[in-house]
Design a protein around this ligand. Structure first.
Ligand code: CP3
Length: 341
Protein backbone atom coordinates (compact mmCIF):
# COMPACT_ATOMS: atom_id res chain seq x y z
CA UNK A 1 0.00 0.00 0.00
CA UNK A 2 0.99 3.63 -0.58
CA UNK A 3 1.84 4.61 3.01
CA UNK A 4 3.08 8.15 2.24
CA UNK A 5 0.03 9.90 3.67
CA UNK A 6 -0.01 7.96 6.96
CA UNK A 7 3.76 8.34 7.40
CA UNK A 8 3.44 12.11 6.96
CA UNK A 9 0.58 12.18 9.51
CA UNK A 10 2.97 10.49 11.90
CA UNK A 11 5.57 13.21 11.43
CA UNK A 12 7.84 11.85 8.71
CA UNK A 13 9.04 14.33 6.07
CA UNK A 14 7.99 12.07 3.20
CA UNK A 15 9.21 12.66 -0.39
CA UNK A 16 7.41 13.00 -2.70
CA UNK A 17 4.96 14.90 -0.52
CA UNK A 18 1.60 13.08 -0.26
CA UNK A 19 -1.45 14.89 -1.63
CA UNK A 20 -5.22 14.58 -1.49
CA UNK A 21 -7.89 17.21 -2.12
CA UNK A 22 -10.78 18.23 0.08
CA UNK A 23 -14.03 17.41 -1.78
CA UNK A 24 -12.01 15.28 -4.20
CA UNK A 25 -15.11 13.19 -4.91
CA UNK A 26 -17.79 15.40 -6.36
CA UNK A 27 -19.46 17.34 -9.09
CA UNK A 28 -16.33 18.44 -10.99
CA UNK A 29 -15.84 14.77 -11.97
CA UNK A 30 -17.98 13.54 -14.91
CA UNK A 31 -17.77 10.03 -13.42
CA UNK A 32 -19.44 11.38 -10.23
CA UNK A 33 -22.11 13.21 -12.20
CA UNK A 34 -22.85 10.00 -14.05
CA UNK A 35 -23.72 8.34 -10.72
CA UNK A 36 -25.58 11.41 -9.39
CA UNK A 37 -27.82 11.57 -12.49
CA UNK A 38 -29.64 8.52 -11.22
CA UNK A 39 -29.69 9.16 -7.49
CA UNK A 40 -30.00 12.12 -5.10
CA UNK A 41 -27.10 13.10 -2.86
CA UNK A 42 -28.50 11.76 0.44
CA UNK A 43 -29.49 8.41 -1.06
CA UNK A 44 -26.01 8.19 -2.58
CA UNK A 45 -24.50 8.70 0.89
CA UNK A 46 -26.74 5.92 2.21
CA UNK A 47 -25.97 3.36 -0.51
CA UNK A 48 -22.65 1.76 0.50
CA UNK A 49 -21.72 0.22 -2.89
CA UNK A 50 -22.22 3.55 -4.68
CA UNK A 51 -20.68 5.68 -1.92
CA UNK A 52 -17.63 3.39 -2.09
CA UNK A 53 -17.54 3.68 -5.88
CA UNK A 54 -17.46 7.50 -5.87
CA UNK A 55 -14.90 7.49 -3.04
CA UNK A 56 -12.52 5.54 -5.27
CA UNK A 57 -13.08 7.62 -8.41
CA UNK A 58 -10.56 10.38 -7.52
CA UNK A 59 -8.00 7.78 -6.44
CA UNK A 60 -8.08 6.25 -9.92
CA UNK A 61 -8.61 9.45 -11.91
CA UNK A 62 -6.26 11.86 -10.07
CA UNK A 63 -3.69 9.56 -8.47
CA UNK A 64 -4.09 11.06 -4.97
CA UNK A 65 -2.33 9.45 -1.99
CA UNK A 66 -5.44 9.02 0.21
CA UNK A 67 -9.15 8.39 -0.20
CA UNK A 68 -11.75 10.20 1.89
CA UNK A 69 -15.00 8.50 2.73
CA UNK A 70 -17.86 9.80 0.60
CA UNK A 71 -20.48 11.13 3.01
CA UNK A 72 -21.33 14.48 4.58
CA UNK A 73 -20.71 16.08 7.97
CA UNK A 74 -24.48 16.56 8.40
CA UNK A 75 -25.38 12.86 8.11
CA UNK A 76 -25.25 12.04 11.86
CA UNK A 77 -27.47 15.03 12.68
CA UNK A 78 -30.46 13.43 11.00
CA UNK A 79 -30.14 10.50 13.43
CA UNK A 80 -30.34 12.92 16.37
CA UNK A 81 -33.88 13.85 15.45
CA UNK A 82 -33.71 16.76 13.00
CA UNK A 83 -34.84 16.67 9.36
CA UNK A 84 -32.05 16.89 6.74
CA UNK A 85 -32.47 17.74 3.09
CA UNK A 86 -30.18 18.89 0.30
CA UNK A 87 -31.81 21.25 -2.18
CA UNK A 88 -30.16 21.71 -5.55
CA UNK A 89 -28.36 25.06 -5.50
CA UNK A 90 -29.51 26.01 -1.98
CA UNK A 91 -27.32 23.76 0.07
CA UNK A 92 -28.42 21.77 3.13
CA UNK A 93 -31.63 22.43 5.05
CA UNK A 94 -32.08 21.27 8.68
CA UNK A 95 -35.62 21.39 9.92
CA UNK A 96 -36.91 22.46 12.38
CA UNK A 97 -33.94 24.61 13.49
CA UNK A 98 -32.78 24.15 17.10
CA UNK A 99 -33.30 27.40 19.02
CA UNK A 100 -35.11 26.71 22.29
CA UNK A 101 -34.86 24.38 25.25
CA UNK A 102 -37.74 22.29 23.87
CA UNK A 103 -35.91 21.98 20.53
CA UNK A 104 -32.85 20.60 22.33
CA UNK A 105 -34.97 18.23 24.40
CA UNK A 106 -36.23 16.60 21.21
CA UNK A 107 -32.68 15.66 20.21
CA UNK A 108 -30.92 12.48 21.31
CA UNK A 109 -27.51 10.75 21.01
CA UNK A 110 -26.93 8.28 18.19
CA UNK A 111 -26.19 4.57 18.13
CA UNK A 112 -23.76 4.42 15.19
CA UNK A 113 -24.13 0.65 14.62
CA UNK A 114 -27.87 1.05 14.16
CA UNK A 115 -28.25 4.63 12.90
CA UNK A 116 -25.35 5.01 10.46
CA UNK A 117 -24.70 1.38 9.58
CA UNK A 118 -24.49 2.49 5.91
CA UNK A 119 -21.43 4.65 6.71
CA UNK A 120 -19.73 1.77 8.52
CA UNK A 121 -20.56 -0.63 5.70
CA UNK A 122 -19.13 1.85 3.15
CA UNK A 123 -15.90 1.93 5.18
CA UNK A 124 -15.70 -1.88 5.30
CA UNK A 125 -16.23 -2.15 1.53
CA UNK A 126 -13.62 0.55 0.94
CA UNK A 127 -10.97 -1.11 3.07
CA UNK A 128 -11.32 -4.22 0.91
CA UNK A 129 -11.38 -2.34 -2.39
CA UNK A 130 -8.55 0.03 -1.46
CA UNK A 131 -6.25 -2.60 -0.03
CA UNK A 132 -2.90 -2.32 -1.76
CA UNK A 133 -3.82 1.18 -2.97
CA UNK A 134 -4.15 4.10 -0.53
CA UNK A 135 -5.32 4.67 3.06
CA UNK A 136 -8.89 5.68 3.88
CA UNK A 137 -9.70 8.89 5.77
CA UNK A 138 -12.90 9.01 7.81
CA UNK A 139 -14.31 12.34 9.00
CA UNK A 140 -16.74 14.27 11.13
CA UNK A 141 -17.84 17.84 11.59
CA UNK A 142 -16.66 19.48 14.82
CA UNK A 143 -19.35 20.24 17.43
CA UNK A 144 -19.33 24.01 16.85
CA UNK A 145 -19.77 23.71 13.09
CA UNK A 146 -22.52 21.11 13.48
CA UNK A 147 -24.24 23.33 16.06
CA UNK A 148 -24.31 26.25 13.57
CA UNK A 149 -26.10 24.07 11.00
CA UNK A 150 -28.64 22.93 13.59
CA UNK A 151 -29.26 26.40 15.01
CA UNK A 152 -29.37 28.27 11.68
CA UNK A 153 -31.24 25.48 9.89
CA UNK A 154 -28.61 25.50 7.15
CA UNK A 155 -25.74 27.65 5.94
CA UNK A 156 -25.66 31.27 7.08
CA UNK A 157 -23.90 34.54 6.35
CA UNK A 158 -24.22 36.28 9.73
CA UNK A 159 -24.80 33.30 12.07
CA UNK A 160 -27.17 35.54 13.98
CA UNK A 161 -29.10 32.68 15.62
CA UNK A 162 -25.91 30.92 16.70
CA UNK A 163 -24.44 34.04 18.28
CA UNK A 164 -27.76 34.85 19.86
CA UNK A 165 -27.96 31.45 21.59
CA UNK A 166 -24.27 31.54 22.51
CA UNK A 167 -24.53 34.95 24.18
CA UNK A 168 -28.17 35.08 25.33
CA UNK A 169 -28.51 31.47 26.52
CA UNK A 170 -25.01 30.09 27.10
CA UNK A 171 -26.44 27.18 29.14
CA UNK A 172 -28.58 26.03 26.24
CA UNK A 173 -25.66 26.41 23.87
CA UNK A 174 -23.37 24.31 26.05
CA UNK A 175 -26.05 21.65 26.41
CA UNK A 176 -26.26 21.36 22.63
CA UNK A 177 -22.46 21.28 22.39
CA UNK A 178 -22.22 18.54 25.05
CA UNK A 179 -24.72 16.43 23.14
CA UNK A 180 -22.92 16.99 19.82
CA UNK A 181 -19.60 16.11 21.43
CA UNK A 182 -21.01 12.79 22.60
CA UNK A 183 -22.42 12.13 19.12
CA UNK A 184 -19.19 13.02 17.30
CA UNK A 185 -17.10 10.90 19.67
CA UNK A 186 -19.24 7.80 19.20
CA UNK A 187 -19.46 8.44 15.45
CA UNK A 188 -15.67 8.65 15.04
CA UNK A 189 -15.08 5.62 17.28
CA UNK A 190 -17.41 3.59 15.08
CA UNK A 191 -15.64 4.75 11.91
CA UNK A 192 -12.27 3.73 13.35
CA UNK A 193 -13.63 0.35 14.41
CA UNK A 194 -15.00 -0.17 10.88
CA UNK A 195 -11.54 0.55 9.41
CA UNK A 196 -10.95 4.30 8.93
CA UNK A 197 -7.15 4.81 9.00
CA UNK A 198 -7.10 8.55 9.77
CA UNK A 199 -9.78 11.03 10.80
CA UNK A 200 -10.27 14.61 9.70
CA UNK A 201 -12.44 16.88 11.85
CA UNK A 202 -13.90 19.80 9.87
CA UNK A 203 -14.55 23.02 11.82
CA UNK A 204 -15.77 25.07 8.88
CA UNK A 205 -17.45 27.86 10.85
CA UNK A 206 -15.42 28.11 14.09
CA UNK A 207 -13.54 30.99 12.43
CA UNK A 208 -16.55 33.27 13.05
CA UNK A 209 -15.58 33.35 16.74
CA UNK A 210 -13.12 35.71 18.39
CA UNK A 211 -10.03 34.08 19.87
CA UNK A 212 -11.48 34.26 23.38
CA UNK A 213 -14.84 32.80 22.33
CA UNK A 214 -13.18 30.09 20.25
CA UNK A 215 -11.07 29.14 23.27
CA UNK A 216 -14.13 28.98 25.54
CA UNK A 217 -16.95 27.78 23.31
CA UNK A 218 -15.45 25.63 20.55
CA UNK A 219 -12.00 24.25 21.35
CA UNK A 220 -12.77 22.49 24.68
CA UNK A 221 -15.28 20.19 22.96
CA UNK A 222 -12.82 19.29 20.21
CA UNK A 223 -10.15 18.64 22.83
CA UNK A 224 -12.57 16.36 24.68
CA UNK A 225 -13.12 14.40 21.47
CA UNK A 226 -9.42 13.91 20.71
CA UNK A 227 -8.80 12.96 24.37
CA UNK A 228 -11.60 10.41 24.16
CA UNK A 229 -9.94 8.90 21.09
CA UNK A 230 -6.46 8.59 22.60
CA UNK A 231 -4.90 5.22 22.02
CA UNK A 232 -7.06 4.47 18.99
CA UNK A 233 -3.94 4.25 16.85
CA UNK A 234 -5.06 6.54 14.03
CA UNK A 235 -3.88 10.11 13.34
CA UNK A 236 -6.25 13.08 13.61
CA UNK A 237 -6.36 16.11 11.34
CA UNK A 238 -8.15 19.23 12.60
CA UNK A 239 -9.15 21.82 10.02
CA UNK A 240 -10.54 25.20 11.07
CA UNK A 241 -11.58 27.08 7.94
CA UNK A 242 -10.83 30.81 8.20
CA UNK A 243 -9.00 30.08 11.44
CA UNK A 244 -5.78 32.04 10.97
CA UNK A 245 -6.50 34.11 14.06
CA UNK A 246 -6.84 31.05 16.32
CA UNK A 247 -3.81 29.03 15.16
CA UNK A 248 -1.88 29.09 18.45
CA UNK A 249 -5.03 27.93 20.22
CA UNK A 250 -5.75 25.19 17.68
CA UNK A 251 -2.34 23.73 18.49
CA UNK A 252 -3.76 22.71 21.90
CA UNK A 253 -6.56 20.61 20.36
CA UNK A 254 -4.55 17.39 20.54
CA UNK A 255 -4.72 16.70 16.79
CA UNK A 256 -1.54 15.39 15.17
CA UNK A 257 -2.06 17.36 11.97
CA UNK A 258 -3.30 20.95 11.58
CA UNK A 259 -5.19 21.74 8.37
CA UNK A 260 -4.61 25.25 6.97
CA UNK A 261 -6.79 27.28 4.64
CA UNK A 262 -5.09 29.42 1.99
CA UNK A 263 -5.34 32.73 3.87
CA UNK A 264 -2.50 31.89 6.28
CA UNK A 265 0.65 30.96 4.40
CA UNK A 266 2.45 27.91 5.74
CA UNK A 267 5.56 29.89 6.67
CA UNK A 268 3.55 32.19 8.94
CA UNK A 269 1.59 29.24 10.33
CA UNK A 270 4.81 27.41 11.26
CA UNK A 271 6.20 30.50 12.96
CA UNK A 272 3.09 30.46 15.16
CA UNK A 273 2.55 26.71 15.57
CA UNK A 274 6.24 25.89 16.06
CA UNK A 275 8.63 23.82 13.91
CA UNK A 276 7.28 20.56 15.34
CA UNK A 277 3.93 21.08 13.66
CA UNK A 278 2.63 18.70 11.03
CA UNK A 279 0.54 20.69 8.56
CA UNK A 280 -1.87 19.99 5.75
CA UNK A 281 -2.72 22.45 2.98
CA UNK A 282 -3.02 24.99 1.57
CA UNK A 283 -3.20 26.00 -2.09
CA UNK A 284 -5.97 28.51 -2.88
CA UNK A 285 -8.64 26.35 -4.62
CA UNK A 286 -9.03 29.21 -7.11
CA UNK A 287 -5.40 28.75 -8.23
CA UNK A 288 -6.61 25.77 -10.27
CA UNK A 289 -7.93 28.34 -12.77
CA UNK A 290 -4.37 29.58 -13.43
CA UNK A 291 -2.42 28.56 -16.53
CA UNK A 292 -0.05 25.65 -15.94
CA UNK A 293 3.18 27.64 -15.47
CA UNK A 294 1.62 29.87 -12.82
CA UNK A 295 -0.02 26.93 -11.07
CA UNK A 296 3.39 25.24 -11.04
CA UNK A 297 5.05 28.18 -9.31
CA UNK A 298 2.28 28.39 -6.68
CA UNK A 299 2.52 24.65 -5.97
CA UNK A 300 6.28 25.05 -5.66
CA UNK A 301 5.82 27.90 -3.18
CA UNK A 302 3.44 25.86 -0.99
CA UNK A 303 5.87 22.90 -1.08
CA UNK A 304 8.88 25.08 -0.17
CA UNK A 305 7.06 26.53 2.81
CA UNK A 306 5.89 23.05 3.80
CA UNK A 307 9.54 22.02 4.21
CA UNK A 308 9.74 24.22 7.29
CA UNK A 309 7.18 21.99 9.02
CA UNK A 310 8.07 18.67 10.63
CA UNK A 311 5.93 17.04 7.94
CA UNK A 312 3.62 18.32 5.23
CA UNK A 313 0.59 16.86 3.48
CA UNK A 314 -0.37 18.82 0.39
CA UNK A 315 -4.02 19.79 -0.02
CA UNK A 316 -6.15 22.69 -1.15
CA UNK A 317 -7.02 25.34 1.43
CA UNK A 318 -10.69 24.34 1.08
CA UNK A 319 -12.81 22.09 -1.14
CA UNK A 320 -12.24 21.86 -4.88
CA UNK A 321 -14.79 23.88 -6.85
CA UNK A 322 -17.29 22.13 -9.17
CA UNK A 323 -16.09 24.36 -12.05
CA UNK A 324 -12.54 22.95 -12.10
CA UNK A 325 -11.72 20.73 -15.09
CA UNK A 326 -10.67 17.27 -13.81
CA UNK A 327 -7.50 17.41 -15.96
CA UNK A 328 -6.40 20.43 -13.95
CA UNK A 329 -6.86 18.54 -10.67
CA UNK A 330 -4.88 15.66 -12.11
CA UNK A 331 -2.16 18.06 -13.22
CA UNK A 332 -2.03 19.45 -9.67
CA UNK A 333 -1.42 16.01 -8.18
CA UNK A 334 1.34 15.34 -10.77
CA UNK A 335 2.97 18.72 -10.05
CA UNK A 336 3.01 18.07 -6.30
CA UNK A 337 4.68 14.70 -6.79
CA UNK A 338 7.13 15.97 -9.43
CA UNK A 339 8.18 19.15 -7.61
CA UNK A 340 8.68 17.41 -4.25
CA UNK A 341 10.53 14.28 -5.28
O1 CP3 B 1 -14.22 15.44 0.45
C1 CP3 B 1 -14.83 14.49 -0.06
O2 CP3 B 1 -14.69 14.16 -1.24
C2 CP3 B 1 -15.70 13.63 0.84
C3 CP3 B 1 -17.06 13.97 0.93
C4 CP3 B 1 -17.51 15.24 1.65
C5 CP3 B 1 -18.68 15.93 1.23
N1 CP3 B 1 -18.91 16.92 2.14
C6 CP3 B 1 -19.51 15.59 0.06
C7 CP3 B 1 -20.49 16.56 -0.45
C8 CP3 B 1 -17.02 15.88 2.78
C9 CP3 B 1 -15.76 15.59 3.59
C10 CP3 B 1 -17.93 16.94 3.09
C11 CP3 B 1 -17.78 17.81 4.27
C12 CP3 B 1 -18.69 18.95 4.44
N2 CP3 B 1 -20.02 19.02 4.14
C13 CP3 B 1 -18.34 20.17 5.08
C14 CP3 B 1 -16.98 20.48 5.67
C15 CP3 B 1 -16.01 20.89 4.63
C16 CP3 B 1 -16.24 22.26 4.05
O3 CP3 B 1 -16.66 22.32 2.89
O4 CP3 B 1 -16.00 23.22 4.78
C17 CP3 B 1 -19.48 20.99 5.10
C18 CP3 B 1 -19.56 22.39 5.67
C19 CP3 B 1 -20.54 20.25 4.51
C20 CP3 B 1 -21.96 20.69 4.36
C21 CP3 B 1 -22.41 20.68 2.95
N3 CP3 B 1 -22.59 19.55 2.18
C22 CP3 B 1 -22.78 21.79 2.17
C23 CP3 B 1 -22.76 23.24 2.63
C24 CP3 B 1 -23.19 21.29 0.91
C25 CP3 B 1 -23.79 22.06 -0.21
C26 CP3 B 1 -22.79 22.86 -0.96
C27 CP3 B 1 -22.44 22.20 -2.24
O5 CP3 B 1 -21.27 22.15 -2.58
O6 CP3 B 1 -23.39 21.79 -2.93
C28 CP3 B 1 -23.01 19.89 0.94
C29 CP3 B 1 -23.28 18.96 -0.18
C30 CP3 B 1 -22.16 18.04 -0.59
N4 CP3 B 1 -21.34 17.35 0.26
C31 CP3 B 1 -21.83 17.67 -1.93
C32 CP3 B 1 -20.79 16.73 -1.84
C33 CP3 B 1 -20.12 16.00 -2.97
C34 CP3 B 1 -22.54 18.15 -3.18
C35 CP3 B 1 -23.73 17.26 -3.38
C36 CP3 B 1 -24.13 17.07 -4.81
O7 CP3 B 1 -24.89 17.90 -5.30
O8 CP3 B 1 -23.73 16.05 -5.41
Amino acid sequence: MNEAFLRACNGEAVRPVPVWLMRQAGRYLPAYQEVRKKIDFLTLCKTPELAAKVTIQPVDILGVDAAILFSDILIPLECMGIGLDFHEGRGPVLNPPVRTEQDIERLHPIDPDADVSFVLETIRILRKELSGKVPLIGFSGAPFTLATYMIEGGTSKSFVNTKRMLFESPHLFSRLMDLLTEVVLSYIKAQIKAGAQAIQVFDTWAGILTREDYKRHALPYVTRIFKGLEGSGVPFIYFVFNGGHVLEIVRDSGAEVIGLDWRTDIKTAISRLGPDAIVQGNLDPGALFLPEHELRSRVDSVLRQGREAKAHIFNLGHGIMPEIPPEKARLLVELVHELSS
